[in-house]
Write a protein that binds this ligand. Structure first.
Ligand SMILES: [Zn+2]
Length: 183
């Protein structure tokens, strides 16, 4: 697909920059950098488990996922995470912890750098499905439905690991928590 210079409108040409082939303007210094997009995902703790939404849009229509989404260009990722929770599960969420960073490699679109948080429903908040969800629900970690995205499965593994690390006191026969610990 042809691309054009954002400064002067001329068709871009391929140029090798820092060892990578990129599209650039033949007349000025405009380069069409191929940057990743930034997304967030939140493991929201609620009474009885974690909150998931069943998607009403592609990709992953009809499947369950964590609340989250893309970070706007001028937005702090933590603010974006809370905003997406409000939009998708209809509830105020308080972020508690950074779980980790994940990467979704893509070849036909921008790759995604994902930032995963642990959060909890703000005091007394009830959940309801936003426009991108068919329904929302609370699930125990040992009874999760099929999760739409490998990246979200990875986040849930991070969450499981974080919950395991914070379990105390150490037990000679450690039991895996079947639902999030109350904090
Ligand atoms: Zn130009």
């Amino acid at each position: 697909m042809a691309h054009f210079c954002l400064r002067c409108g001329r068709p871009l040409v391929t140029r090798v920059i820092e060892g990578r082939e990129l599209e650039a303007c033949p007349d000025d210094d405009f380069v069409l950098w191929r940057d990743p997009k930034v997304a967030t995902a939140v493991v929201v703790e609620a009474e009885g488990g974690i909150v998931l939404g069943r998607r009403s849009i592609e990709p992953g229509y009809g499947e369950w996922c964590l609340p989250g989404g893309f970070v706007n260009h001028d937005e702090d990722p933590a603010v974006a995470a809370v905003r997406e929770c409000l939009e998708e599960i209809g509830a105020g969420v308080e972020l508690l912890e950074l779980l980790g960073v994940y990467h979704v490699a893509k070849t036909t679109a921008s790759s995604i750098v994902g930032i995963a948080y642990r959060g909890r429903l703000a005091g007394g908040a009830a959940i309801s499905a936003g426009s991108e969800m068919l329904e929302v629900g609370v699930f125990r970690l040992d009874a999760l439905p099929e999760i739409a995205f490998p990246s979200h499965r990875q986040v849930l593994t991070m969450y499981d690991g974080a919950a395991g690390r914070s379990a105390s006191p150490p037990s000679p026969t450690p039991a895996r928590p079947t639902q999030p610990r109350r904090r």
